[in-house]
Design a protein around this ligand. Structure first.
Ligand SMILES: [Zn+2]
Ligand SMILES: [Zn+2]
Length: 140
């Protein structure tokens, strides 16, 4: 895969493009992502925020503690989350990428909250909590 990497929402009102390789691709099994996405497991593609550009005007934000999730104000598709403790990063929903098959997760986060009926058979590292260390050692 070669940059740029583009993505957007279901209706096309929100578009974004990353100019460099992602630094992080992971599954997240936490209950917060589950609520926000509606899906039993989420997956995220992390880029440096200064390598990402948005186009379109429909992006809405929902702030919850240090985490802000964005979504399309027209069609409701979840787009990304940012964490104020990881100010250089932005994590896009893997399904928002135009070529999601190019972003194979390399780890699982929050397997302590994983749904018991969900089985993903791989040998990837599994973290009980976050897969990305926060500077203060805590996790959302
Ligand atoms: Zn949309
Ligand atoms: Zn999560």
């Amino acid at each position: 895969m070669t940059a740029p990497f583009a993505g957007g929402c279901r209706c096309g009102a929100v578009r974004f493009e990353a100019s460099a390789e992602p630094h992080h691709v992971s599954y997240c099994h936490c209950g917060d992502c589950r609520r926000a996405s509606g899906a039993p497991v989420s997956a995220f593609v992390g880029f440096l925020v200064d390598q990402v550009a948005f186009t379109g005007k429909a992006l809405k934000m929902y702030e919850n503690g240090p985490v802000t999730r964005s979504f399309c104000g027209t069609c409701g598709s979840p787009i990304a989350y940012v964490d104020e403790r990881l100010e250089d990063d932005i994590y896009f929903m893997l399904g928002a990428m135009d070529a999601p098959a190019d972003f194979e997760p390399t780890q699982h986060a929050y397997v302590g909250e994983q749904l018991a009926f969900l089985h993903i058979s791989d040998d990837l590292p599994r973290h009980l909590k976050t897969s990305v260390k926060r500077p203060d050692g805590t996790a959302p």
